[in-house]
Design a protein around this ligand. Sequence first.
Ligand SMILES: O=C(O)[C@@H](CO)OP(=O)(O)O
Length: 248
Amino acid sequence: MKTLVLLRHGESQFNKENRFTGWTDVPLSDKGINEATQAGKAMKDAGFVFDMAYTSVLKRAIKTLWISLEELDQMWLPVVNSWRLNEKHYGKLQGLNKAETAAKYGEEQVLLWRRAYDVRPPMYDPEDVAEQRKEARYHDVDQIHYMLGESLQDTVERVIPLWEQEISLQLKAGKRILVAAHGNSLRAFVKYLDHKTEAEILKFNIPTGIPLVYELDDDLKPIRSYFLADEETLKKEMEKVANQGKAK
Ligand SMILES: O=C(O)[C@@H](CO)OP(=O)(O)O
């Protein structure tokens, strides 16, 4: 059996303020630091040991990984950082308050922007990202459109090469892998691994700081997957994420 654990970062400063974040590089809030610590403890208590880790190039995921590896006493693990694990790019929605956006454009539109498989947010123009494109962490972004705004479909498209060329090979070689990333880059994994339909993935919300465990067979087909939390907590936390897009 192969082990893959997907961990969404703890609450970020923008999550706390209920703002669209995407590729904006915001830190964890105090609550987020605590959630990352709890996630590490939960994995440790459940007996998880890893051989390597992957994360994005955004500090909220990187710091979540560091904190949880510290709890696991595995800070020495090899870590790969990739922009391919970044959050879905939210284009011109980045920085806007989600409830205010829902009041302005309607909850249905915000649900589509947040969760529909093939709906893109209002896009940036290439000149809006000219500075970001110069950053070393983004030197290998192969298509500029990922930096202008993405649908989940776009995110799946750029996550899968990392899966196919790296993560899946490491899993097949017997490595136990922890991926610390973001709500939508992890939904991209779930869509791909579980063959979820577009209707199913629309309703699927990943809470902050709760590890999602996949047990995979030798062909990397899921045998089972589960969150490391009791059902009541999980339901409450998933609903909380879904409700962020409601007009208050
Ligand atoms: O704003 C974002 O980048 C993401 C994750 O925080 O939000 P959402 O849950 O709305 O996709």
